[in-house]
Write a protein that binds this ligand. Structure first.
Ligand code: NDP
Length: 484
């Protein structure tokens, strides 16, 4: 396939802007250069914040119904560009196109549309007092929102933040990850053609530290930050934002447990575990890379799980038959491989993968790694404690609920977990006791935009989704009305 050449631009105040310095964009599956993007510096970040500040007056006063009209046009335009967006996400991330064709773009549109509707129907509260006074609560937009997103599901992350931020009347400066700038630029083009007023949505590309990301988190014109990324970056942003007391919402790293009890439906457990282990090459905060299997079924499960993993097809992400794509960058591949080396240096055993596939050119130059299964691990091993963020999982046996919970909760993270059992009482008990913002029982990655999303412990601060997004993206103002 002919490589494209994307000339990515900033989007500031309704105009596509070149910027002064540019950086290269690489296709993860071949490491070929597929375009360039501008590096946002102080002038561009400042111009974007100014444009968002200027647009805030009209957008915040436009009313939820008018904003819904505009945002619905944006969502419709996203759907109309589905094929283009599916390919772009694969160029950006290296994820198999079949995963993008399984409802990904519909979800991007839904992220915008859901919150556009929600803002129309939610928000008012009134508290009449016995004295006859009436308190009512106004939900007012906060101001300019900085949305800082990671590279693993870039357009999903962007729309998940843009939707509520705009629907509740804020204006936005989006800073996508430097490794995946194309999708955000494309979304800006779509928003522009759908009639989003100038300055309501701005996109500034560039690097995180000491560049566009850091400049945004320090900018006095930004009132709130919704950030998704690594826990260590979250700590830096928290420090930077403290000087101007910005409102923060953090969705950070994860190290989910996938607990499979002996009474689970084994076929289903294998299928769910394949997805929770290797969806998006395992570069997924919600993944369940720690498989804990109750001892009576451990051997059989492991054997079936290995057999099913061997059926996965690693390679050209644009091939609709491919099920495992490329990792985002050579440095990230090295980092993921370093964990395999760490495991090799312990008592652990790599029972599948651990190496790179033998692919034809040009994919022999890509960042591919065979799905890797490690056994013989101890809960305190680094491969069981640290976020690897690749197609590398551990499988370990446990005896009983108590041990499963102790291992599951014995990490610094608490984003998500999977519990697989046919015993309803056990499912309820274990789900209730796990340290995780989201628990799936007998399934994986089913998301409802009404429910809170976020993490416990080092996995985040705050929740977004439904009225949790309303709370984060608005100020609550109480007005007390006298009856005198
Ligand atoms: P990073 O934390 O490295 O980067 C995330 C974003 O923050 C990027 O846009 C990055 O820019 C920017 N950034 C980096 N440093 C700074 C800084 N000092 N100030 C402001 N912005 C900064 O995460 P990754 O992109 O590597 O993404 C992977 C991580 O994201 C994993 O830990 C994963 O678990 C987490 N994640 C969490 C999710 C959740 O919902 N909890 C969902 C998806 C991912 P640049 O790219 O230029 O460095």
């Amino acid at each position: 396939m002919q490589s494209p050449s994307f000339h990515v631009q900033h989007y500031i105040g309704g105009a596509f802007v070149e910027g002064t310095r540019r950086f290269e964009i690489f296709y993860p599956a071949t490491n070929e250069i597929i375009g360039t993007a501008p590096e946002g510096r102080a002038e561009e970040v400042d111009a974007a914040v100014q444009a968002a500040t200027h647009a805030f007056a009209a957008w915040s006063r436009a009313g939820a119904a008018e904003r819904r009209r505009v945002l619905k046009a944006f969502a419709d335009a996203i759907r109309a560009h589905a094929e283009d967006l599916e390919r772009i996400e694969t160029w950006d991330v290296g994820r198999p196109i079949r995963e993008n064709r399984a409802g990904y773009v519909q979800r991007l549109a839904a992220n915008i549309e859901f919150f556009a509707d929600f803002a129309v129907t939610h928000g008012s509260e009134a508290y009449p007092m016995d004295s006859g006074y009436i308190n009512y609560v106004l939900r007012q937009p906060v101001g300019v929102a900085a949305l800082i997103t990671p590279w693993n599901v870039p357009m999903l992350q962007a729309t998940w933040k843009i939707g509520p931020a705009l629907a509740f009347g804020n204006t936005v400066v989006l800073k996508p990850a430097e490794l995946t700038p194309i999708g955000a630029w494309k979304l800006a083009q779509i928003a522009h053609s759908a009639g989003l007023p100038p300055g309501v949505l701005n996109v500034v590309h560039g690097f995180g530290p000491e560049s566009a990301g850091a400049l945004l988190t320090q900018h006095p014109g930004v009132q709130l930050i919704s950030f998704t990324g690594e826990s260590t970056t979250g700590k830096i942003i928290m420090g930077a934002a403290s000087h101007t007391l910005k409102r923060l919402s953090f969705e950070l790293g994860g190290k989910g447990a996938n607990i499979i009890f002996a009474d689970a439906d084994l076929d289903r457990a294998v299928a769910i575990s394949l997805r929770s282990s290797f969806f998006n090459q395992g570069e997924f905060c919600l993944a369940g890379p720690r498989l804990l299997v109750e001892r009576p079924i451990y051997d059989e499960f492991l054997q079936r799980f290995i057999a099913a993993t061997q059926q996965l097809r690693v390679g050209d992400p644009m091939d609709p038959e491919t099920t495992v794509g490329a990792l985002i960058a050579p440095e990230h591949l090295q980092r993921v491989r370093s964990y395999i080396d760490i495991a090799r240096g312990t008592q652990a055993e790599i029972v599948l993968g651990g190496d790179q596939p033998d692919l034809p050119a040009p994919f022999n130059r890509g960042n591919f790694l065979n799905p890797t299964i490690i056994v013989g691990v101890q809960p305190q091993d680094r491969v069981c404690q640290e976020e690897i963020f690749g197609p590398v999982v551990t499988v370990a046996p446990f005896d009983g609920e108590e041990e499963a919970l102790a291992i599951a909760n014995g990490v610094a993270y608490g984003l998500s977990a999977v519990v697989q059992t046919r015993n309803l009482g056990r499912a309820v008990r274990v789900a209730g006791a796990i340290d995780a913002g989201t628990v799936w029982i007998n399934d994986f990655f089913v998301r409802d935009l009404r429910v809170p999303f976020g993490g416990m412990k080092q996995s985040g601060i705050g929740r977004e989704g439904g009225h949790y997004s309303l709370e984060f993206f608005t100020e609550a103002k109480t007005v007390c009305l006298s009856n005198q």
